[in-house]
Design a protein around this ligand. Structure first.
Ligand code: PLP
Length: 431
């Protein structure tokens, strides 16, 4: 039900009764009036020490970093289990040096869209390297991973087409489909039988199935060995988003497609440079003709400024380092197995994760708020995930593990979470 001002006494909003999302459909004759009420909601949220989002960081995203704690208004050291710096490349000395040297030559930005003067020799080299790395004919580099999904899906889908998405797909997949005139259907998370039922109902339609290698909120893996043959049987195209899987899964680091040996069956692979690559940007890879078409049809590519040359140079350096030495990948997996075991032994629910993305289930929103306030006070920074990113009763802390975490840091992380859970053991909604 949509909120309206009748639901509030303006100066007296109890944030416990609402979530951010409740304000989206606020009813008013004035489109800005929602902000007056939302403001009061946020003030109450902050007074209760629940405002743990977007706190300014003032050091590199290493396993311990400096954060301005809004609750104490001081910069404090926090254990960092939040950054997607899975392999520590964002602060690798050789990557930093390459980026610095490239800025000296090219300056700070691409300063144009790629079809005009934003396409540099370094961008071209990056596209060729990524295509080769993914075992595809070609790749297109986008400004972000979000815009890669947005542009690819909206650039290809037309009225009458159908996108069939895993229900837990990332917002950028949903938004890419919404931006097109295509219809969409969702299938139950990672459920091949339900997918088959949906595809059966779509005979005669042009269909693309959208899935993720590693699901970004749950850390589980797409059941590609069963999903891919079903897509083939019904003639559906496949888009696989390997955002969290690239450099982490597969012998070569190609992702979950490589891990399951089905890379050749994937029509379009999406990736981002904002996770294990430690940078920013995204890509789509596939056959040469399709990628050439995307350069003209993906509006987030055509009408947005291109990736900065120094970013492309930094990513190329990461790829070079990764080919030479995969010890950080080995360490990441050791760390992942270690902390998954410790969390489970501590009695915490980590869902079905099979990766370095580890949820710790907290239940309903108010429990999440109470737990996150406590872990923050104890100096632990994690992802704090609530609706609409996850279902309302499946909120969670989301831990991102890095090859740079030490055992001692992982032990402290588990201890802090366990303490916070123990402190609210007798907590019930409303008290
Ligand atoms: C599965 C998935 N796809 C795409 C994106 C968007 O990537 P970026 O943050 O690089 O825009 C994310 C980001 O978290 C993601 O998890």
């Amino acid at each position: 039900m949509a909120l309206s001002k009748k639901d509030f006494d303006l100066k007296n909003i109890n944030s416990d009764k609402f979530s951010t999302f409740d304000f989206v459909n606020f009813e008013s004759d004035d489109m800005f009036e929602v902000s007056e009420y939302f403001w009061e909601y946020v003030q109450d949220f902050a007074r209760k020490k629940y405002l743990v989002y977007g706190q300014p960081i003032s050091s590199a995203p290493t396993p311990e970093f400096d954060v301005l704690d809004r609750n104490t208004n001081t910069v404090r050291k926090f254990l960092n289990f939040c950054s997607y710096n899975y392999l520590g490349y964002s602060f690798h000395p050789e990557v930093k040096k390459t980026v610095q040297d490239t800025i000296s030559k090219y300056g700070t930005g691409a300063v144009s869209a790629p079809l005009l003067s934003g396409y540099y020799d370094l961008t071209q080299k990056l596209e060729e390297s990524i295509a080769q790395f993914k075992g595809q004919e070609a790749a297109v580099v986008f400004p972000t991973g979000y815009s890669a999904n947005l542009g690819t899906l909206s650039g290809i889908l037309r009225s009458g087409d159908v996108a069939v998405m895993d229900i837990l797909s990332h917002a950028s997949i949903y938004d890419g489909v919404f931006l097109s005139d295509a219809d969409y259907k969702v299938f139950a998370h990672n459920n091949p039988r339900h997918l088959e039922k949906v595809l059966q109902s779509l005979s005669g339609k042009r269909v693309i199935v959208c899935i993720e290698g590693v699901y970004s909120m749950d850390g589980d893996l797409a059941n590609l060995p069963e999903i891919v043959p079903i897509c083939k049987k019904y003639g559906a195209k496949i888009l696989l988003d390997e955002a969290h899987a690239t450099l982490v899964f597969g012998e070569r680091g190609g992702g979950v497609g490589e891990h399951f040996g089905v890379e050749d069956d994937i029509d379009i692979t999406i990736g981002t440079f904002s996770k294990a690559f430690g940078a920013i940007g995204g890509f789509a890879s596939g056959n040469m003709k399709l990628m050439t078409y995307l350069r003209m049809s993906a509006r987030s590519y055509v009408f947005s400024c291109a990736m900065a040359p120094h970013t492309a140079a930094g990513i190329l350096k990461v790829m070079e380092l990764y080919q030479q030495d995969k010890s950080n990948k080995i360490k990441l997996w050791e760390n992942t197995h270690y902390i998954q075991k410790r969390l489970t032994e501590a009695g915490l629910d980590i869902g079905d994760t099979k990766s370095q993305v580890i949820p710790v289930m907290t239940g309903e929103d108010m429990r999440l708020r109470e737990i996150s306030k406590r872990i923050m006070a104890k100096g632990l920074y994690t992802g704090i995930v609530t609706f609409p990113a996850v279902p309302k009763k499946r909120t969670r802390l989301r831990l991102s593990i890095s090859s740079n975490h030490t055992k001692e840091q992982m032990d402290r992380c588990v201890d802090i979470i366990k303490e916070a859970f123990d402190e609210i053991k007798n907590w019930t909604p409303g008290n």
